[in-house]
Design a protein around this ligand. Structure first.
Ligand code: DGJ
Length: 526
């Protein structure tokens, strides 16, 4: 079987990471992880995203301790689960809280970013006055030390896990970039910013404007022939400068790790939400600077959005430009999450979907979660926790179909629609199609979604919830369409098992009020 570019493979088999990201401190001990694994299994996950922190694995410079990761990998294997480790090195949420103390306390060797000239710490005016410090993206020694530690970790992983492939990918750093300003303001940063833009980078940006964010594209196209960052990148120069340096830094870390163990590597981002750089971490791998990251961080295979905002589907569109596969390392656990999982697999052929703090799925939202998830009264799904049994059903159903889904990844044989994008409710496959209706009076639920996988010209598998299906013929010679067979069922060892043949009242409206897996055969005629 030829391997597809935008898919994970485990021991040669295609693999969709039906995942969850654990809370930041959960993987600091194997002891604490016991209950986390239980939750993961309860939700039908096959992968857990877990931090591995620089401060704990290299508490003394040059002395490494990976005993906790060894124990956690053993726990995963006992349960047949996989791991994507998150390297919390120089950055975590645009700060440096996971750097070891020997890094934090040596400001000469490991300089902090000067958000304001001459200052190692500031208060973020645009962020509730929060006291803020982070490591400089221009710190060569910091970059080397981080890369060395990451390479040690990858070397260890290779030794203990290459044959088993428990760990399928690694995220390098976490939500990189700098808050408080568009760029750093140290003397070194000023000097570089007033200096020349590397010619190959300027040329790349000028020749990759097709999918660029509008303002970045306008700036690049209007860029003068001069050489400084401001001359070449105009109004977006500061963010591009930061992105170039952050991406180059992260690339050196990723490259050092890949050189010893070549696993897929990702970089996640704190979304820009249309704000100005510095309000969100400037230089982080947001879609608007994806071109910069693709150029300066070739060792990063995937740019991964952390999506807590309500325009989830638009964000998915933005992060699949430039051939970037959809990999969602963090998203909210309210009851949009089940349909969104199905939608991202069906519509974007996602390779990883992970609710954050999945351990809490199903629980009422606390104050912090309400803030994080944008809980508000305008949308009942935002206020309601996802039902865990249904989430497990979605995961198990997708897992049972993975070989067929993976075979259809990258083709239009696999499609999906969701209530959140009401104007795109048609799925067309050759001579047949489905119109999917949501929000009808006889449908009481709002979490509508439908994924359709074409098995052969007239036969489809559908995952449907809270929707009504209207089959269509696209053949003008045979415009009428009938249902020849409608079955409910599940897959066992890749084989379809019918649990109920539907006809009569049950197909009169083709209305599905709870998550259902169907096999449908159509017929068209004049
Ligand atoms: C985004 C970060 O990447 C996560 O580690 C976590 O801090 C969540 N935000 C919020 O809790």
């Amino acid at each position: 079987m030829e391997k597809k570019k935008n898919l994970f493979y485990v021991k040669g088999e295609p693999f969709i990471a039906l995942a969850g990201e654990a809370h930041n401190s959960s993987s600091s001990t194997a002891y604490f992880m016991e209950s986390v694994w239980e939750k993961a299994q309860e939700q039908g996950l096959n992968t857990v995203l877990l931090p591995v922190t620089w401060e704990l694995v290299e508490p003394v410079e040059g002395t490494f301790d990976f005993a906790t990761q060894d124990a956690i990998i053993a726990q995963a294997r006992e349960r047949g689960m996989h791991i994507i480790f998150l390297w919390f090195g120089s950055w975590k949420n645009a700060q440096c809280m996971y750097a070891p103390n020997w890094v934090k306390t040596d400001l000469e060797r490991f300089p902090r970013a000067q958000v304001e000239k001459g200052q190692n710490k500031c208060q973020l005016k645009d962020f509730y006055g929060m006291p803020y410090t982070t490591l400089s993206y221009l710190g060569e020694e910091t970059n080397k030390a981080d890369a060395r530690a990451f390479a040690e970790f990858m070397k260890h992983l290779k030794e203990i896990d290459e044959a088993e492939q428990t760990v399928i990918a690694v995220q390098v750093e976490n939500e990189t970039g700098m808050q408080g300003a568009g760029r750093e303001h140290s003397d070194l940063a000023d000097e570089l910013f007033a200096g020349e833009v590397p010619a190959d980078f300027a040329a790349y940006m000028r020749s990759h404007t097709d999918e660029m964010a509008e303002d970045v594209k306008a700036a690049v196209e209007q860029g003068k022939d001069g050489k400084t960052w401001e001359e070449v990148f105009g109004d977006v120069a500061e963010e591009i400068f930061s992105a170039y340096h952050v991406a180059s830094y992260v690339n050196r870390v990723a490259e050092a790790g890949k050189a010893v163990y070549d696993l897929p590597m990702t970089a996640n981002c704190w979304l820009d939400k249309g704000e100005k750089p510095g309000k969100y971490p400037s230089g982080g791998p947001v879609a608007r600077v994806m071109e910069v990251w693709k150029f300066a961080a070739p060792a990063i295979d995937i740019i991964a959005p952390d999506i807590y905002v309500q325009n989830f589907c638009e964000i998915c569109d933005a992060y699949t430009k430039m051939g970037n596969p959809l990999f969602i390392p963090e998203t909210a656990t309210h009851s949009h999450v089940g349909p969104r999982l199905v939608y991202t697999v069906g519509h974007h052929h996602a390779i990883c979907f992970a609710p954050f703090g999945f351990e809490d799925m199903g629980q009422e939202f606390s104050g912090t979660q309400s803030y994080l998830f944008g809980v508000d009264t305008s949308d009942p799904l935002l206020q309601t926790p996802q039902d865990v049994d249904e989430y497990r059903w979605y995961n198990q159903t997708i897992a049972s179909m993975t070989p067929m889904l993976a075979d259809a990844y990258g083709t239009n044989r696999l499609q999906a629609v969701i209530t959140e994008v009401p104007d795109k409710n048609m799925m067309m496959f050759g001579s047949y199609g489905f119109m999917v209706l949501f929000d009808l009076p006889l449908i009481s639920r709002k979490d509508g979604v439908c994924l359709a996988l074409q098995e052969s010209e007239d036969t489809f598998y559908l995952i449907a919830n809270a929707c009504m299906l209207a089959p269509i013929s696209t053949n003008p010679e045979k415009p009428n369409v009938d249902l020849l067979a409608v079955e409910e069922g599940y897959f066992e060892d890749g084989k379809w098992v019918m649990t109920r043949r539907l006809n009569g009242d049950e197909t009169a409206s083709m209305n599905f009020g709870e998550p259902t897996l169907l096999k449908i055969k159509l017929f068209s005629y004049k």
